[in-house]
Design a protein around this ligand. Structure first.
Ligand SMILES: *Cc1c(COP(=O)(O)O)cnc(C)c1O
Length: 376
């Protein structure tokens, strides 16, 4: 089976984890701190706070801004459900924004229209944050989203779960808003099994996030004191050691993924599928390589995935049209046609295997099987 993705775990990672396990210090100590420091340096921010998952990172980021019951957060309609779930988990309400058809990222035009619509009601005062996603590893249209955020004085939290190392005009994903959230789930470029990171330049948020991930314990107090009711969202020491090791390979991993993506682009030229569009000035990190089937073939997408599986190739949908998942459609009454671009992209998208260790020959096989399944 050629998998959709395989983490790049080598001898160094195994040795690093082994060392920590033998040391007897297993939770949030010097290895987590070293991973945080390296991540902050890589991204180019003051603070990085390691947590137990990307979802935990997003949850804490919202809570640290005081998002709670009655509040509204503007969020992209096309993402993994965790992006919207965390808003619900704060007791707040997500208001979804449609996406751009080329990059699958939040559409500034739709964001603008949504803000305008909310401005005509009292609801605008309940909006507490904007939550764009750097979909599949390409930075969202941040200059325009930031402009709107400034205009309405709203903080931005970036869901950069897929985008560690992605840049636009040299600026890293995760550094555009007040906080950026990363994931180290095995489907991402580098992994700690489960794990996440929040980056920020704000010392107050840094302090609050550190307290919130650790039962509310004040990170600055000399003797243990608790300043708020916190969670246990800590990262383990062996994950910290693993993450540090993985981070040192990130650039190599990204360049391998970019090479694989470039070859898919070439191989798929002249077919009726659309390859990922990388906008000028962008450094895409290809957490996923997502193509669009033609409108005509879209109805056969699930069949194509099944056929590829039968031939030993794992493939998948892109990501989710969140408003049309059962929970959100029931809760808010969303129906087909509400988010037209997200709906189209959701139906047409197909994710092909991409990872550091994917061999040239395996990629050739993926391509051949895909074309056969497409034409079947
Ligand atoms: C993976 C992912 C998450 C969740 O991260 P976990 O570490 O799995 O909790 C959130 N948002 C997006 C866009 C993701 O791809």
């Amino acid at each position: 089976m050629i998998r959709l993705t395989v983490p790049s775990i080598g001898k160094e990672e195994i040795r690093a984890v082994e060392e920590v396990l033998s040391s007897g210090y297993l939770v949030q100590g010097s290895h987590v701190a070293a991973f945080e420091e390296a991540a902050a340096r890589y991204v180019g921010v003051q603070y990085a706070v390691a947590v137990s998952s990307g979802t935990a990172a997003l949850h804490l980021a919202l809570l640290s801004l005081g998002v709670g019951p009655g509040d509204i957060v503007l969020v992209t309609a096309y993402s993994f459900v965790a992006t919207a779930n965390v808003i619900e988990l704060c007791g707040a309400r997500p208001i979804f924004v449609d996406i751009r058809p080329d990059t699958f990222n939040m559409a500034p035009d739709s964001l603008k229209a949504t803000l305008k619509r909310l401005s005509k009601t009292n609801d605008i005062s309940r909006v507490k944050a904007i939550l764009p996603v750097h979909t599949f590893g390409q930075v969202a249209d941040m200059p325009n989203i930031c402009k709107l955020a400034e205009q309405y004085r709203l903080p931005i939290i970036e869901d950069a779960a897929c985008a560690l190392g992605a840049t636009f005009q040299g600026q890293q994903a995760g550094t555009w808003g007040v906080m950026g959230c990363f994931s180290f789930h095995p489907r991402k470029a580098i992994t700690t099994g489960e794990g996440g990171m929040i980056v920020t330049n704000d010392p107050q948020l840094n302090r609050r996030l550190r307290a919130m991930r650790n039962h509310g314990q004040d990170p600055q107090a000399d003797s243990p004191d608790f300043i708020l009711p916190g969670f246990n969202y800590r990262m383990t020491e062996f994950q910290g050691a693993l993450g540090l090791c993985q981070l040192s390979k990130l650039n190599e991993i990204i360049s391998a993924r970019r090479q694989i993506a470039a070859r898919y682009d070439l191989l798929l030229k002249g077919t009726d599928v659309e390859v990922p569009i990388v906008q000028s000035g962008h450094q895409h990190v290809y957490q996923s390589y997502v193509i669009l089937l033609s409108n005509r073939k879209a109805s056969q997408r699930d069949e194509i995935i099944k056929q590829m599986t039968a031939s030993g190739i794992e493939s998948s949908i892109g990501t989710y049209h969140i408003p049309l998942t059962t929970f959100f459609s029931r809760r808010y009454g969303f129906k087909q046609g509400d988010f037209r671009i997200a709906e189209k992209i959701f139906a047409r998208s197909l994710s092909l295997p991409i990872y550091h260790g994917l061999s040239f020959d395996d990629q050739t096989v993926v391509h051949e099987v895909f074309l056969l399944s497409l034409r079947a």
